[in-house]
Design a protein around this ligand. Structure first.
Ligand code: ZN
Length: 357
């Protein structure tokens, strides 16, 4: 079991990315070195964040849901009561997504002394290491091979054969990979198909992440598991992990938000109900540098519909513009789904299970 998500978030639904995130891998290395995530220095984090990372997706695994009860007996803050605590203790349910039976090969590239130290930590971990979430310790040692010298990440990832897990496992024809992309003098701009992953940790506590570019590759595998280096575009559709939230307490953001609400006359740009929220249609300048055009006023229902679609699409930095006619039908359908679901939930609370089914 693995879970490469935004484990710092307080969302009720915690998704996992389709492959190890940089913050997840750095968290694993910190545990191996005995560095506390809450107190690891910025200097250490930036050294680890500077490592170039590539991930080979040997088995994508299947997605699995679990639920957790959190905060039993605690007075929880809930949105409906506008930040006030509820009068009696509640148990909060959160849903968590995991990858089951997945396996990945991760390559890290950096200065040899640092790599040597990390390798040593993986051989003799100080604390229990975990695959993204603390409830997911690895089933076997995670170190795949000795550190070596390679031309690039791709050669390093192709140097380790694809491994059978059980006798009789069929060797797949191809394997996909996700690689850090960094600008070079020859290639100063990221390719069009590069994804933006917001998973490079600046600090773990409070969580703050910066973006990186990730590009896909696909390689052929020989019958004995040997991986041949090719530069084909990847088939894998690993989605970027959920983006951490912008800092909404920022004064500049608040000003931009108010200005947008005024410009939209306090009405939802989609359905013209009173607007209760302002949505980012891009996060390019989020957290205080928003331009007027980065935001749109929305009512709660349209906001939830748009967010749900964005979530399902695994969207990165640019989001849905609710004024764009291309999204119109989907927003309407999702609004209908939400209304139907909410009325069903209300009935569930009032009726017995048999009456609802
Ligand atoms: Zn609306």
């Amino acid at each position: 079991m693995q879970a490469w998500g935004d484990h710092e978030s307080k969302f009720f639904v915690r998704r996992t990315a389709g492959a190890p995130t940089k913050s997840g891998v750095i968290g694993l290395l910190c545990a191996a070195m005995g560095l506390d995530r809450a107190s690891v220095s910025r200097d250490w984090l930036s050294r680890l964040a500077d490592l170039e990372m590539g991930v080979r997706v040997d088995r994508p695994g299947v997605r699995w849901w679990d639920y957790h009860t959190v905060g039993a007996g605690m007075y929880l803050r809930v949105a409906e009561s506008e930040g006030k605590t509820r009068p009696k203790p509640e148990t909060m349910l959160t849903r968590r997504e995991y990858l089951c039976d997945a396996s990945f090969l991760v390559a890290l590239r950096g200065e040899s002394k640092l790599i040597g130290r990390l390798d040593d930590a993986l051989l003799h971990p100080v604390w229990t290491i975990y695959l993204g979430r603390k409830s997911c310790p690895p089933g076997r040692p995670v170190r795949a091979s000795d550190p070596g010298t390679f031309d690039d990440l791709e050669s390093a990832l192709c140097s380790v054969p694809w491994q059978r897990r059980c006798r009789g496992d069929e060797v797949p024809h191809r394997v996909d990979a996700l690689l850090d992309w960094r600008p070079t003098p020859d290639e100063p701009l990221a390719p069009d198909d590069a994804q933006v992953w917001y998973d490079v940790p600046l600090t773990f506590d409070p969580p703050a992440h910066q973006p990186r570019f990730v590009v896909g590759r696909s390689w052929t595998i020989g019958k004995d598991g040997e991986v041949a280096l090719h530069g084909d575009p990847a088939q894998h559709d690993a989605k970027a992990p959920p983006r951490p939230r912008a800092n909404y307490k920022n004064t500049e953001y608040r000003k931009a938000r108010l200005a947008r609400l005024e410009a939209d006359k306090g009405l939802c740009v989609f359905c013209k109900s009173p607007a209760t929220t302002v949505q980012h249609i891009t996060y390019r300048r989020a957290g205080g540098n928003e331009s007027h055009d980065d935001l749109r006023a929305l009512c709660r229902l349209c906001h939830d519909a748009v967010t749900m679609i964005e979530y399902g699409e695994g969207m990165g930095i640019d989001r849905i513009n609710p004024e764009d006619a291309a999204w119109r039908d989907r927003i309407i359908r999702t609004r209908d789904d939400i209304i139907r679901f909410r009325s069903l939930e209300t009935r569930r609370r009032r009726l017995s299970a048999e009456e609802v089914e």
